[in-house]
Write a protein that binds this ligand. Structure first.
Ligand code: FES
Length: 157
């Protein structure tokens, strides 16, 4: 199956490229559009974007693998990102991750069979003063405890 942007996304990309003399500079924004369009940045999507921007697939892959923002595998409806950096680690992030793994029946990096949850460990989420912290999709949850996590997950539709 060959990959291609919809007409709407294609127009957005063309407009974007008009703002950059160097197409490579538009890569992150094109990846945002690709994420919205394809959900997952597969090798085919990387190759497609590389072709659009005149880059090598490896250049695109380097950027995609650097940012956790661009999923390379299908993810759940809720992507749980638990901060595992110093402040959060010192305040028990690892035991929260253990709890989530047990509760969801998956390991870090995994997705539940019903595709509801994906669990990730990430670097500092920039809210160290309210550690431990996790992000679910676009929302932050702070000063976490096991009980708070159970409550948060129970309220997700
Ligand atoms: S160390 Fe966890 S938010 Fe900064």
């Amino acid at each position: 199956m060959s990959i291609a942007f919809s007409a709407t996304a294609q127009k957005r990309v063309e407009k974007l490229l008009g703002h950059y003399p160097d197409k490579e500079a538009a890569l992150l924004q094109v990846l945002h559009i690709a994420r919205a369009e394809f959900k997952t940045i597969t090798p085919e999507v990387m190759e497609y974007i590389a072709g659009l921007l005149g880059l090598s697939p490896l250049q695109v892959m380097d950027v995609v693998s650097f940012y956790t923002l661009y999923p390379r595998q299908e993810e759940g409806r809720y992507v749980i990102q638990v901060c595992a950096t110093l402040s959060c680690a010192l305040l028990g992030a690892e035991s929260l991750v253990d709890h989530l793994e047990e509760k969801l029946g998956i390991k870090v990096g995994g997705t539940t069979p019903d595709k509801k949850f994906t669990l990730k460990k990430v670097e500092c989420l920039g809210s160290c003063g309210t550690a431990p912290v996790m992000q679910i999709n676009d929302d932050y949850y702070e000063n976490l405890t096991v009980e708070k996590i159970d409550d948060i997950l129970a309220k997700l539709p």
